[in-house]
Ligand binder design. Structure first.
Ligand SMILES: [Zn+2]
Length: 176
């Protein structure tokens, strides 16, 4: 979560994400540097701080690795984007008021080098394309919101939409 214009709270590296308490959280600046040099932030901190830097209104960033996110990222990696059209739940994403819209969720190639991943995100944003979240191939999803409730709503909506797309592919027997 963003704390102020210069700082965010992130997870300490290596902690069990299913058992997080306040002792598992630390403060970094928006370049990912720890305020307490004894603590090492989560490996993907640079991707979180990138969102806070690029979106002044972002108050919370969430990253998860669900099965649907992972499978969809593989299926849509070649196309580079999942396009949601016609789903009522697209309205759960801030700024979308109708099913009659197109919501794009890009899929970026995975890398263990966060600078490479951050460049892919920058490339999308610098092209002026709307961005509310993204998949990383074979890995998971990032999404965010103005506060934690909105970030959670976006995560739940994108998870639901990805599950729906996967169901359609399965039922129709088509490939994306
Ligand atoms: Zn991850």
């Amino acid at each position: 979560m963003r704390l102020d214009a210069q700082h965010a709270a992130v997870t300490i590296s290596g902690r069990d994400k299913g058992q997080l308490g306040s002792d598992d959280i630390m403060v970094v600046d928006l370049d990912g540097r720890a305020l307490d040099p004894q603590l090492r932030p989560s490996a993907e901190t640079a991707l979180h701080t990138q969102i806070y830097r690029r979106f002044a209104a972002a108050g919370a960033v969430l990253h998860t690795h669900s099965r649907a996110q992972s499978v969809a990222s593989r299926l849509f990696a070649a196309r580079g984007v999942v396009r949601f059209e016609g789903w009522e739940l697209q309205k759960a994403i801030a700024g979308y008021s109708s099913h009659d819209s197109v919501l794009e969720l890009p899929v970026f190639a995975n890398s263990q080098d966060m600078a490479v991943l951050a460049r892919a995100v920058d490339g999308w944003l610098d092209a002026g394309r709307p961005l509310h979240g993204y998949l990383i191939d074979g890995h998971g999803i990032y999404t965010w919101g103005k506060d934690m409730p909105e970030a959670r709503r976006h995560l739940e909506a994108l998870q639901f939409l990805l599950e729906c797309e996967l169901d359609l592919i399965r039922l129709r027997g088509t490939r994306p």
